[in-house]
Design a protein around this ligand. Structure first.
Ligand code: ATP
Ligand code: MG
Length: 253
């Protein structure tokens, strides 16, 4: 089986700052991987490398068997044309901490934007699909609401629907609930759980350990730009092997 994501010794620097120092991991299709680690450990940077919003300095990243952001000839990498990189990115949905919805567009308009503009789907088809997606995230009644008229949890669910509208084969979530009031976290996690159940491959940066324990197939602990420890979530949470993992988890739980 081709892994949905394969990171092979991925390195990323910002100038002299080495942020990723050889990150390797694999995610099979349909799997959920939760990524945790202290602030500054490189989690967001790693996610951004997966859809080539960042260039890597060494190593290789593959999504569904395709080298991300580059073509390789005789062992040398050549960066893809921005248009080709954008095309690859279409298959990868990304959901951020701050929902990044267009403020002057309704929920429905936010969702149809990329399918109609990027994929040239007809407006009629895009609207039909958007309505289904709003239903899926429990927001059928809010199709015509503007982001400012929605709670944070509702906005994040629209953002998830918007990402799904492009029919991604992989979804990346960067702390999707950490900007939310505690009582709104659950509704977003419920949508994500459902998505996982339906077989979506997901990489989720989160500190929601309940979610990780219940939904994730793999839990990866990153610190200082390396994977310190990875494993089955219950196992890793119950029985961390490294002092750094223990120290981090003890602060979290
Ligand atoms: N564009 C950039 N230019 C320079 N340095 C950057 C850039 N983006 C990130 N960094 C640095 O890279 C390091 C890792 O950042 P990153 O955002 O990946 O961490 P993180 O694990 O997501 O942290 P957090 O939990 O706070 O979100 C940090 O030291 C950060 O300051
Ligand atoms: Mg981050």
């Amino acid at each position: 089986m081709t892994p949905m994501v394969k990171a092979d010794r991925v390195c990323k620097n910002f100038g002299a700052l080495e942020v990723l120092k050889g990150v390797s991991l694999e995610i099979d299709p349909g799997q959920v991987l939760c990524l945790v680690g202290p602030s500054g450990s490189g989690k967001s940077t790693f996610l951004r490398c997966i859809n080539h919003l960042e260039q890597v300095n060494a190593g290789r990243l593959y999504v569904d068997g395709d080298l991300v952001g580059y073509s390789e000839k005789n062992g040398k990498l050549y960066e893809l044309h921005p248009r080709a990189a954008a095309k690859q990115r279409r298959d990868i949905g990304m959901v951020f901490q701050h929902f990044n919805l267009f403020p002057h567009r309704t929920a429905l308009e936010n969702i149809i934007e990329a399918p109609t503009q990027v994929k040239r789907v007809s407006k009629k088809k895009a609207v039909e699909r958007a309505k289904d997606l709003l239903d899926q995230v429990g927001l059928s009644a809010k199709a015509n609401a503007y982001p400012a008229q929605l709670s944070g949890g509702q906005q994040q669910r629209v953002a998830i629907a918007r990402a799904l509208a492009m029919d991604p084969k992989l979804m990346l979530f960067d702390e999707p609930t950490s900007a939310l009031d505690p009582e709104l976290v659950g509704e977003v996690l419920t949508v994500m759980k459902q998505l996982a159940k339906e077989g979506m491959t997901m990489v989720v940066v989160t500190h929601e350990m309940g979610f990780a324990r219940e939904v994730a197939d793999q839990l990866v602990f990153m610190d200082g730009g390396v994977v310190v420890e990875a494993g089955e979530p219950r196992e890793l949470l119950a029985n961390p092997q490294h002092d750094r993992t223990k120290a981090f988890l003890s602060k979290l739980l």
